[in-house]
Design a binder for this molecule. Structure first.
Ligand SMILES: *[C@@H]1O[C@H](CO)[C@@H](O)[C@H](O)[C@H]1NC(C)=O
Length: 215
C-alpha cells in the first residue's frame, strides 16, 4: 500500500483529475459545426484544418436594431449561432437598441451573467434578488456607464429619455438563453391552466385569459 500512495502516484492522479475535470477549453478552439447531427453540450468542432478567419468573425453590430415592436427595443445577438468560433469559450455579446422610453422587459439568462455598457442615451436598469428578500436594485445609467446583472436574476432596462439609446452587453456563455417572464408565464404552449395563474397572481381567470391572448 505504501508504494501505491507514493508522492509520484498521488501527483499523477491529481494531474489526471484536474485534466479530465477542466472547466476551460482543452484545445485552442472548437469552432461550432452548426450543421452536425451530433447532439452534445454545445456543438461539435469543425475540423481545425478547415477553419478560417470568418469562423471567428461577425459583422454588422454598428447597425441599429428594429425597435418597431410593442416593447420598443431590439436585441441583436452575437452568440455561438451567429459566431461559431465562440463554441466552448463561455462568452458572447449583444447589441441592445431602445426607442425613446422603450423597455427590455423583465427576463433572466439561465446560463450567463451580463455586463452592460451604455453607448448612447440613458437607461434605467434593475435586477431583483432571490427570495426571501426580493430586493430591487436599480439605478439610472448614462453614456459610458457599466452595470452588471448577476447570472439568473430577473432584470430589465428602460430607455430613460426622448432619444434612442444603445447598449452593448457581454455575457458569460456562448448561449446565454433568455426567459422573458411574461412570455414564460402567459405565453407557455400549451397554456398553463388559467385557474393556476389566477391564484398565483391573486386575480381573475378573465384577467389571465386576456394576458394569455397577448403572449
Ligand atoms: C421594422 O419592423 C416592423 C414590424 O415588424 C416592420 O413593419 C418594418 O418594416 C421594419 N422596418 C425595417 C426598416 O425593417
Amino acid at each position: 500500500m505504501a508504494r501505491v500512495f507514493s508522492p509520484f502516484v498521488i501527483l499523477a492522479f491529481v494531474f489526471f483529475v484536474s485534466a479530465v475535470t477542466s472547466n476551460g477549453p482543452l484545445q485552442d478552439f472548437c469552432v461550432a459545426d452548426l450543421k452536425s447531427p451530433v447532439l452534445v453540450n454545445g456543438y461539435p468542432c469543425k475540423n481545425p484544418s478547415s477553419v478560417s478567419a470568418n469562423d471567428f468573425y461577425f459583422g454588422g453590430l454598428h447597425l441599429m436594431g428594429n425597435t418597431s415592436n410593442p416593447f420598443g427595443s431590439k436585441v441583436t445577438p452575437v452568440y455561438v449561432t451567429q459566431l461559431p468560433g465562440l463554441n466552448t469559450l463561455g462568452i458572447a455579446l449583444a447589441r441592445v437598441d431602445f426607442a425613446p422610453w422603450g423597455i427590455n422587459p423583465p427576463h433572466t439568462h439561465p446560463r450567463a451573467t451580463e455586463i452592460m455598457t451604455v453607448l448612447e442615451g440613458s437607461l434605467e436598469v434593475g435586477f431583483i434578488t432571490s427570495n426571501p428578500e426580493n430586493r430591487h436594485i436599480t439605478r439610472v445609467l448614462c453614456k459610458g456607464d457599466v452595470f452588471v446583472f448577476p447570472v439568473n436574476l430577473v432584470h430589465y432596462q428602460r430607455n430613460n429619455g426622448n432619444t434612442n439609446a444603445i447598449a452593448i452587453s457581454a455575457l458569460s456563455s456562448q448561449n446565454p438563453g433568455v426567459n422573458p417572464i411574461a412570455n414564460v408565464i402567459f405565453g407557455a404552449k400549451p397554456d398553463i391552466a388559467p385557474d393556476i395563474l389566477a391564484k398565483t397572481f391573486q386575480t381573475t381567470e378573465e384577467d389571465v385569459r386576456n394576458l394569455q391572448e397577448k403572449f
